[in-house]
Design a protein around this ligand. Structure first.
Ligand code: GLP
Length: 256
């Protein structure tokens, strides 16, 4: 696990963008795993700018999104399909038919999940998975207690996640869907590389648990310590609860 601590989310996002840009330069037909939420927006802006400058192209890129709310149609303003269209896909030269976001209104969710897994395999697997971090330690919508062997499936959201995400639903937690379809932990762990971003003091407990706690299903993100190629991009607020020894070790590690 390589951990980078930058002074603010902008610098951390720039650093993460370099990783994505480097991959797309060396593999223009890369398969990307993408995340939604507030965290990756700055990273997506960096990628949009790099695309506009002609530094990278998404023409041959295929993408798979981590998750989607059950019950929201792709056109709903809070659906993750809509989020991705508005924050990335509509602003780059990607072929939309190569962007996969689970459909929260699928009549047969189990079949939709199985198809999604098949499409990932058909694409040759995910080269780089982008992740945010839930304040309860979730990745995708894999809530605490999710099996490390889990694959794409229906998952019920914790009260903490519902409260956290109410800000996207006019601050009204009763409007937040109570379940979602999410890539499983085993699905995420099969990505060649993983980049997790976490910003702000609200993530500091989850960051500490992920980096320093036990590798345990009660903290889904802790599984990342078992992956051979993970980069974690933090701002100082998200890193603020790391123990001084670990913090020093991170800051003294060779930087690239
Ligand atoms: C949401 C999403 C996750 C996201 C996380 C953090 O519930 N399902 O994929 O990474 O929680 O969200 P945010 O970046 O808005 O803090």
């Amino acid at each position: 696990m390589r951990i980078y601590i930058e002074k603010n989310p902008e610098d951390a996002s720039q650093k993460a963008a370099k990783l994505v840009i480097g991959l797309l330069k060396s593999k223009p037909d890369a398969v990307l795993g993408l995340a939604t939420g507030g965290t990756p927006v700055r990273l997506y802006r960096e990628l949009i700018n790099a695309n506009a400058r002609g530094e990278i192209s998404f023409k041959s890129v295929e993408t798979f999104n981590l998750d989607e709310y059950v019950g929201l149609s792709p056109r709903d303003k809070n659906s993750y399909r809509r989020f991705m269209d508005e924050n990335l896909f509509n602003l780059i030269d990607i072929d939309k038919s190569k962007t996969h976001v689970l459909d929260g209104t699928a009549s047969d969710i189990a079949a939709a999940c199985a198809d999604f897994e098949k499409s990932i395999a058909l694409a040759g697997g995910i080269d780089l998975q982008i992740l945010g971090l839930g304040s309860d330690g979730h990745i995708g919508f894999n809530e605490p207690g999710s099996s490390f062997d889990s694959r794409t499936r229906l998952e019920y959201l914790t009260e903490k996640t519902i409260v956290d995400n109410a800000r996207f639903f006019d601050g009204d937690k009763s409007k937040v869907p109570t379940s979602a379809i999410t890539m499983g932990i085993a699905t995420i762990m099969e990505a060649g590389k993983i980049a997790l971003l976490a910003f702000g003091g609200k993530k500091s407990d989850a960051v500490k648990a992920m980096v320093e706690g036990d590798v345990d299903e009660s903290v889904p993100a802790s599984v990342l310590r078992k992956h051979p190629d993970v980069s974690i991009f933090l701002d100082t607020a998200a890193a603020s609860k790391l123990s001084p020894d670990i913090y020093r070790e991170i800051l003294s590690a060779p930087r690239d």
